[in-house]
Design a protein around this ligand. Structure first.
Ligand code: ADE
Length: 232
């Protein structure tokens, strides 16, 4: 079972999206587990501070290294467990589908959500947190990003999605975006579904879908298109 532990100053944001649909069902079925660790439980001094002003000046507050360390030490870590520490920050390496496949090989993912101006850099380095960004934009904190990352991981776990083929065919699996899909009604607002999809000729349908995927990828994502052509 994949154990997910979230370190956050805003525990009430969870489970959020992670408690619904296939993810919520898989959680109930114990295909994965979710524990939320409240950084405020590890606040320092009588005021239970978890953050302080940045050395060198500047706006905002920085989450303290000792708070993060103590929160992490409160989590059980049996020796034979494969654990990965992730810190969500816009300064991290961009998250890719291939990372999700790597992450689910671990038994325990510890995910630290940044807030304010971030987290003291020393604790990120010393404890070996992998710094990950979910995209080139800045959110108010790492909590929503954590839900994105966990959702992406959990749906890849065996038995979570109905049909395992749907993982093999989906966007990014071969550096291609997905082809367009259609369903009933056959005619909608004068627009008909492409005839070929009704032909029952599976080889032709497969070829049509591939060319659609290629066209879409070339137009929308020249970066992926270059990789696709190299590996083709
Ligand atoms: N925290 C704020 N913005 C973020 C981003 N883009 N990715 C990950 N964590 C974040």
């Amino acid at each position: 079972m994949l154990e997910i532990k979230i370190l956050t100053a805003y525990p009430e944001i969870f489970p959020g999206a992670l408690g619904h649909s296939i993810l919520g069902k898989a959680l109930e079925e114990k295909k994965w587990s979710l524990d939320i660790v409240n950084l405020h439980d590890f606040g320092i001094d009588e005021r239970k501070n978890i953050d302080d002003e940045p050395f060198g000046g500047g706006p905002g507050m920085v989450i303290r290294a000792d708070v993060v360390e103590n929160a992490l030490l409160s989590i059980d870590y049996p020796k034979d467990l494969k654990r990965l520490l992730i810190y969500l920050t816009p300064s991290g390496r961009p998250l890719k589908q291939s990372n999700l496949l790597e992450f689910i090989e671990f038994n325990q993912l510890i995910i630290l959500c940044g807030r304010f101006e971030g987290v003291d850099a020393r604790v990120i380095d010393s404890l070996g947190f992998k710094e990950i960004s979910i995209g080139d934009y800045v959110l108010a904190g790492g909590e929503v990003a954590a839900q994105v990352l966990v959702e992406g991981c959990v749906r890849l776990l065996p038995g979570v999605l109905g049909r395992s083929e749907s993982i093999l065919e989906e966007s990014f699996s071969k550096n291609l975006l997905e082809y367009p899909q259609y369903t009933k009604p056959h005619k909608w607002e004068k627009k008909e579904v492409p005839d070929l999809l009704l032909s029952g000729d599976h080889a032709k349908i497969k070829h049509w879908r591939l060319t659609q995927s290629e066209d879409i990828t070339r137009r929308r994502r020249p970066d992926l298109w270059e990789k696709y052509k190299k590996n083709k």
